[in-house]
Design a protein around this ligand. Structure first.
Ligand SMILES: Cc1cc2nc3c(=O)[nH]c(=O)nc-3n(C[C@H](O)[C@H](O)[C@H](O)COP(=O)(O)OP(=O)(O)OC[C@H]3O[C@@H](n4cnc5c(N)ncnc54)[C@H](O)[C@@H]3O)c2cc1C
Length: 406
């Protein structure tokens, strides 16, 4: 069966839902239909921000983003700034609050509120939502498009493609949207997991599982510094995690020999770290060496540092530690290097980097520069942001712009 529609939005996630609202507000006499492959719209949105939905960040700027669309992102942010996203949500009835580092959350602390205000507006406007309908292919048919789904076929004048990418497949994500765009002639940048833990090779990790420490994490390609971030570092049994590590992960796949280096006392230079260790040697001189870092690091981390610096065996007393060993410990504290493993595992990734290349999309309208009347927004575009609300900022902003220009 074929259905004739005016505007079809493919994918009812963050960007598609706002795109549909704007498309209908700007084209009240046209039909607007969302085709969503899952049994409900906005499923991923409910899981964002640990269920609280960090919906934007007031300090969004170009330097928070990666990918080939990065050079056009300011055009998007200028048209639809974080303040405008907050205002658009306020017009839908959502109250928000700004937390540390500019992160914006709903006042209710509940991602469900964000989805509800979007759903209720769509309902008011009379936007049709068709769920359990996966778009399999798009064909150009004269001036119109033919959309082939797992059930019916649709014909329409204009399409907004907002299918996202394949991060967190358990939430229903996949790369079907960009594969359709590839068949239509678009080029896409390679997909890789981003905002995820970085797997590293170290026999010490299992003993550190669950340990958290403040510090600086730096990603190197061999000896070339790629990116560094301060914050809480979390250790798992096979990976380094925490927001600062997440923010390095999107650069991992561009490296040849990735190394993550941790500095566990980033506000101290090496001499100060040596002084600190010597102070502890005096304070705890008769204790077993495993207690050397008492008052500085949790015990499990102190033990791992001693092993990494080869200050062994544990039967020794602290007062037996030599100057050479103090120096080795200081080096380990300020530059603990882990060989990282590049991964294709999207399961723990919040976003995927890659997508439709930036120079094939008009940033003023989000319209494809190759195919007239086809608009592309959200994660399907080759851009990914740091942790902190930047990805939803781009998804909402690009969706709003696409909807206003369709
Ligand atoms: C656990 C988790 C937490 C996150 N937390 C945050 C956060 O707090 N702040 C932040 O800024 N970002 C966060 N993100 C990232 C953010 O959720 C995404 O960047 C954003 O949702 C992308 O929006 P989108 O509309 O492009 O894609 P999505 O929200 O993924 O929506 C795409 C929709 O399209 C549908 N679809 C896909 N293919 C088809 C098809 N072929 N036919 C029909 N429908 C299709 C999907 O089912 C889905 O509903 C988080 C991500 C995850 C996984």
């Amino acid at each position: 069966m074929s259905n004739k529609k005016d505007i079809i939005i493919i994918g009812g996630g963050a960007s598609g839902l706002f795109a549909a609202i704007k498309a209908k507000e700007n084209n009240p006499h046209k039909s607007v239909t969302i085709l969503e492959k899952q049994n409900r719209v906005g499923r991923k949105l409910l899981s964002t921000g640990n269920g609280r939905c960090n919906l934007t960040n007031i300090s969004s700027s170009k330097d928070k983003y990666n990918g080939s669309f990065k050079k056009y992102v300011e055009v998007v942010l200028k048209q639809c700034s974080p303040q405008r996203v907050i205002e658009e949500f306020s017009n839908l009835g959502l109250m928000t609050k700004v937390e540390n580092e500019g992160r914006v959350y709903p006042l209710s602390n509940h991602a469900g509120s964000v989805l509800d205000v979007l759903r209720f507006r769509l309902d008011n406007l009379g936007v049709e939502i068709v769920t359990d309908t996966k778009v399999i292919d798009i064909k150009k048919q004269g001036a119109d498009f033919r959309i082939i789904t797992n059930h019916d076929e649709y014909n329409c004048e204009k399409i907004i493609l907002s299918t996202g990418l394949c991060a967190s497949p358990k939430l229903g994500s996949d790369d079907s949207g960009v594969n359709i765009l590839k068949k239509l002639g678009h080029n896409t940048a390679k997909l890789s997991p981003a905002l995820c833990p970085i797997k590293v090779k170290s026999e010490l990790l299992p003993s550190l599982k669950g340990v958290r420490a403040d510090g600086k994490a730096s990603l190197y390609d061999s000896d070339m510094l790629i990116k560094e971030e301060c914050g809480e570092i979390q250790f798992t049994d096979s990976a380094l995690s925490g927001i600062c590590v997440f923010n390095l992960s999107s650069k991992l796949n561009n490296t040849k020999n990735p190394v993550v280096s941790l500095n566990l006392l980033p506000n101290y230079d090496k001499n100060k770290v040596i002084d600190l260790i010597n102070k502890n040697i005096k304070l705890y001189n008769n204790q077993p060496i495993e207690n050397l870092f008492t008052g500085v690091f949790v015990k499990k981390l102190g033990i791992a540092l001693l092993k990494q610096a080869d200050v062994l065996p544990f039967s020794r007393k602290i007062n037996s530690i030599t100057d050479k060993e103090v120096e080795a410990l200081a080096d380990t504290i300020i530059e603990w290097r882990f060989n990282a493993i590049k991964s294709n595992d999207f399961n723990n990734a919040q976003v995927a980097s890659g997508g439709v290349t930036g120079n094939e999309i008009d940033a003023y309208s989000m319209e494809s520069l190759l195919i007239k009347n086809l608009f592309i927004c959200g994660e399907a575009v080759d851009i990914d942001g740091d942790c902190g609300g930047y990805n939803l900022q781009f998804a909402f902003a690009s969706g709003i712009i696409a909807g206003e220009n369709v």
